[in-house]
Design a protein around this ligand. Sequence first.
Ligand code: ATP
Length: 233
Amino acid sequence: MTALLQTQDLQAFYGDAQALFGIDFELNAGELVAIIGANGAGKSTFLKCLTGLVKAKPEAIRWKGQPVGGQSPGDIVRQGLAMVPEGRRLFPSLSVEENLLMGANAGRKGPWSLKRLYQMFPILEEKRAAPGTSLSGGQQQMVAMGRALMSNPEVLLCDELSLGLAPIVIREIYQAMPAITAEGMTVVIVEQDVTMARQVSQRLYCFQEGRVSLQGASSELSREQISQAYFGV
Ligand code: ATP
């Protein structure tokens, strides 16, 4: 079976500084895969390569078997990848609903609509007319996820959903994941919250200093294996 998305010997650079040193990664349709790792391990850079924000060699990234590395972010979105960026990045002058509709403009037809989103996150319907940035951090994260879903991607890439949020809010956000995957979505989460990453994912990759230090079925990896791969001790 051809993977939906695959990277092979993926390298990435910022000027002369190398950030990724040959990442081999595979994502199959319908999976929820987590990427964990310490600050600076290269997780965000990896997502940026997948979405075209950091350049990669064409054959280092394959989408349904076809080389796509180095394509523009616009082309990549049209093929069906959407990103929930770290720090949420809502449009400050737009309402909640306008922020959500920005996602629809960028995307394709599919199961996700305002109605479906408001079912999943009722609080967003209550606050639909409020400026996006007037919401709490957790609610802004819901808008950021909703905006990405509105483009009806095949793959949803989530960068540190839990960042700066209280544990109870993190759980609330992640409670939406089963509804998202039930719609046939394939999901990649980058997470600092290792416990949550392990709980919600089927497979897990740990990055360390720009390399994959561990990968496997989330339920089969022990805490010890993970902390060793995470901290390199
Ligand atoms: P974090 O959890 O802090 O986001 P990360 O695992 O996502 O960490 P990256 O942000 O991908 O890690 O960083 C990987 C490496 O690339 C680090 O050494 C970092 O300093 C470097 N780096 C990241 N962004 C840039 C940039 N814009 N210019 C130069 N170097 C960068």
